[in-house]
Ligand binder design. Sequence first.
Ligand code: HEM
Length: 434
Amino acid sequence: MSQPEALVVDDLKRLDIGSAEFRRDAFETYRELNAECPVHRVVITNGDQGGEQQGFFNRPIIFVTGYDEASAALLDPRFSVDAFSMMTEEQLAQMPETAEEFRPLRRSVLSVDPPDHTRLRKLVQKNFTAGEIEKLRPRIREIAEALVDEAIAAAEARGETAPNRTMELISQFSYPLPMTVIAEMLGVPEADRDDVRRWSENLLSSQRATPDQQEDTLRNLRAFIDYLRTLFAAKRVEPGDDLISAMVQAEEDGDKLDEDELLSMVFILIVAGHITTVNLIASTVFALLTHPDQIAKLKANRSLVKNTVEETLRYWGPAETTTARFAKEEVELGGVTIGRGEPLIAALAAADRDPDRFANPEAFDIERADANRHMAFGKGLHVCLGAPLARLEGQVALEVLLDRLPDLALGVPAEEITWQASFLRSLTALPVKF
Ligand code: HEM
C-alpha cells in the first residue's frame, strides 16, 4: 500500500466538497474537471476542519466525473467499500480510536462487501421491491394531503388568502413526508418521532462536528441507541406488522442479523430514508418553478410526472457522490493507474451531466427520453435500496402539489434561494406561495 502515501499532496487539486461555494459552482467544476479527464486524483477538504487526514479528507483520492468511468468503477469487483479490509495490521493499529458509541454503526450494509453485504441486503430487499413499495401509494398520498391541509390551515390562520398564502416547503412538506413514511414502515410510534428526527439530524451533522460538538453528538447517539434497543425489545415481545418486527424475527431465527447489524440497518434506513428524499421533493419543485416552460408542459400532460422526477434526479440528484471505494489491487481507469488501497469516489452528479452520455446535459428537460439512465441512486451491488420508495414519494408529492396547489409559485426571487453547505444537494429553505 505504498502509492497513496507516496503521492505529493501539494500538487493535487483541492475540492472542499461540503462548502457552500463548492455546491454553488459544482457543475462548472465538474464540467472543467471532466473536460480535462474523466478520472482525477484530488484532495478533498472539509471546510475549516483543519488539514488532518481523516476518512477520505486531506489525502489523495480518485474523483471520477465521467459517466462510463463512474459506472465501470461501481460495477468493478476489484473495488471494496470496506476501508478496514485494505489496511495492514500496522495501519489498523494507527487508526484513531472510534468512539464506543459509533462501534455498532461501523458495519452497515453500505460499508461491507459480500458475503456480509449479500446477507444484510437480502434481509430488507424484499420489503423494498417496486411491487411492495407501490402498495404504499395510497398511504403516502394521504400523508401528503394531510401536510397540504395543515399548510393551508396555518396560512389561513395567519389571515393569508390564495394565491398569496405562504409556506416553507421543506419544513412543512418535503421533510415530514418521507420521515413519516419511513417511521411508519419501521414501526416507530408516533409519539417518539420528533425525538427520532432530532437524533438522526444530529447524526448527519456529526460528519462536520467540531471537537467541541463531538460530546453533544455522542450524547445524542447514546440516547438514540438506547431508545432503539428498548424498541427492539418491545417488538420482540409484541411484534407488529412493521419492518423492525420483521428484522427482529429474522435475528431470532438464526444468526442472520446481530443486534449491532440491526442497529446499523435501522440507522441507515432512517437517515438514508428521509434526508435525500426531502431534497428530491424540494429540488423537483424548485426546478419546475424556475423553468416555467417545463411546469407548463407538466400541467398540460400529467403523465410526465414520473419522468419529471427522473430528470430532477439526473439534473440535481441529492447524493452528489458515492461513499468511498478502495482498490483491492492496481486498477486502470480512464487512463489513470489506481494503486492498491487507494480510495475512490464517484461524482454521480458530474456523471449525470457528462455530455458524452446526455445530450445538452445542462438543460432541465422533463421530456428527456433517457432521463432515467441517471446514476443518482448509484450502481452495482450498493445501488440504492430505497430507490423505488424515493421515486414513489417524489411522484406522489408532485401529484399532490399540482392537484391541491395549482398556483404554487416561489415566495422569494429565485436568486435568494441557496444551496446548503453540505455533501448533499440540499436547499437551505424553499419559501413558496399558493
Ligand atoms: C432521492 C432519494 C435517494 C437518493 C438520491 C439515494 C442515493 C443513494 C446512493 C447514491 C446510494 C449508493 C451509495 C454508494 O454506492 O456509495 C444509496 C444507497 C443506499 N440507500 Fe439510498 N438514496 C435515496 C433514498 C433512499 C431511501 C428512501 C432509502 C431507504 C428507505 C435508502 C436507503 C439506502 C440504503 C440502505 C443504501 C445502501 C445499499 C447497499 O449498500 O446495498 N435510500 N442511496
